[in-house]
Design a binder for this molecule. Structure first.
Ligand code: GTP
Ligand code: PEP
Length: 234
């Protein structure tokens, strides 16, 4: 457990994590974005996942990113980025897929914590993720709520601990009820701002997104300003 604490641990800087990022088959992904994306829905889902994974890989607290997907295109592009792609999903949806990815990650890196991270965080900033993971290192099991406050974008378990993911719908309440500690950290908006609806897309465009998503936004029929991380800051 080097670098990690127990539930009451103090500071554990330097802990490293295996991140589990689930990516649904693109043909079925991001259906709520159909209104904004039209024929580009699958492209947009892939761009969002790629920007999320690229930012996760750039985080100093990340040991490895395990992308759980059955989609051939996502597999190829996420591998190219440097993720380890995990196939062979057991079926049954998101939570079984995350359990599967967590088992693969724990077998590969038993000394690292395991952290499920939503694939729909196109504004994700590595330094904000690092702050969240540093905070998670002081707990056995912890999570970060999404911006609206009903869902979860990140669920972390210390080495050897069970992830027990209960994502989908009102997952914040489920994770709390299941004993996970909620991480209450200021200034980590990019880790909390997931994209499910056209309104979410407009919100992240204002925050500044990664380059793949930014390029897609320019091509959308509904039109969004080109707001890459760099441009949004200037
Ligand atoms: N590997 C895998 N990932 C999944 C599965 N279901 C959902 N996900 C991923 O989990 C996250 C949240 O998924 P959802 O909000 O349920 O689906 P979505 O594709 O984002 O959006 P909608 O189609 O609009 O519901 C996204 O990163 C999805 O790619 C699954 O069965 N397998
Ligand atoms: C999967 C979840 O959210 P969403 O469907 O909003 O991405 C969740 O918050 O548990």
């Amino acid at each position: 457990m080097t670098g990690f604490g127990d539930r009451d641990g103090a500071s554990h800087l330097g802990a490293r994590w295996s991140l589990i990022v689930p990516v649904k088959h693109l043909g079925r992904a991001k259906t709520r974005l159909a209104r904004a994306a039209g024929d580009l829905r699958e492209e947009l889902a892939l761009a969002i996942a790629c920007d999320t994974v690229a930012a996760a890989l750039a985080c100093a607290a990340t040991a490895a990113v395990f992308a759980v997907t059955e989609d051939p295109r996502a597999r190829a592009e996420l591998t190219e980025l440097g993720a380890a792609v995990v196939g062979g999903e057991p079926g049954g949806g998101l939570n079984p897929a995350l359990e599967h990815g967590a088992r693969v990650a724990a077998a590969g890196f038993p000394g690292f914590g395991v952290c499920a991270l939503s694939a729909d965080l196109p504004a994700l900033r590595p330094e904000e993720l690092e702050r969240v993971l540093t905070a998670a290192s002081t707990h056995g099991r912890s999570f970060l709520a999404d911006t609206p406050g009903a869902g979860t974008t990140l669920l972390a378990a210390a080495p050897g601990g069970r992830l027990a993911p209960a994502f989908e719908g009102a997952s914040r309440a489920r994770h709390l009820a299941g004993g996970a500690r909620e991480l209450l950290i200021p200034d980590v908006a990019s880790v909390r701002r997931d994209v499910d609806t056209p309104e979410d897309l407009a919100a992240v465009a204002e925050m500044g997104v990664g380059p793949r998503t930014s390029a897609l936004l320019e091509r959308l029929p509904t039109g969004h300003a080109d707001r890459t991380h760099g441009r949004a800051r200037s």
